[in-house]
Design a protein around this ligand. Structure first.
Ligand code: HEC
Length: 149
């Protein structure tokens, strides 16, 4: 057995370690993308309405104030579970809530952060409601941890 730590030993550890971790990375990526994600993200329920809602979400920069599944700004409430919080898990109840909410902004209530009026149509609000309902059904390990976000 060699007494000294040679250059070739160092190289073998470097190369062997690199190959090992690249393979581990590929295996974990495969596991996430091919096995876990399709089970968790309910992609089979992606409707035209949900897709339009997501575009509206982007165009109006809702994430500039809100977080969704923890991502975004912390100026306004988390919206990944607003469907459960304000709609009680019911599509029609949530749509009505969204129509009422979106058309009464800004509330002007002193001491509360204000949300702008986006002047959206009923259909656009329904699309946003569909997007938020779809998002609420993603299996994100129960995030956020409480119903108030
Ligand atoms: C300029 C910041 C800002 C932007 C941009 C914004 N919001 Fe808000 N939003 C707020 C604030 C602040 C509140 C909380 C107001 C309150 O409770 O009085 C709120 C509350 C809400 C609520 C109610 C949450 C609850 O728990 O009842 C919904 C739904 C909502 N926003 C949807 C949206 C959507 C959809 C967009 C994009 C079209 C959006 N917001 C963009 C600031 C913003």
């Amino acid at each position: 057995m060699a007494e000294r730590f040679t250059k070739s030993m160092a190289r073998n550890i470097y190369l062997g370690g690199s190959v090992f971790f690249v393979l581990l990375f590929l295996a974990l990526t495969f596991d996430t993308q091919v096995r876990a994600m399709p089970e968790r993200d309910n992609r089979d329920q992606l409707t035209e309405e949900v897709v339009r809602g997501k575009h509206l979400w982007e165009e109006n920069n809702c994430v500039g104030c809100h977080s969704i599944m923890g991502e975004g700004a912390y100026f306004a409430p988390e919206l990944a579970n607003v469907f459960d919080r304000r709609g009680g898990g019911n599509t029609e109840v949530f749509k009505s809530y969204m129509r009422a909410w979106m058309s009464s902004q800004p509330t002007g209530i002193p001491g509360r952060h204000q949300m702008p009026d986006f002047n959206l149509t009923q259909r656009e609000i329904d699309d946003l409601a569909a997007f938020l309902e779809w998002t609420s059904k993603i299996d994100d390990n129960g995030w956020p941890p409480n119903i108030e976000g």
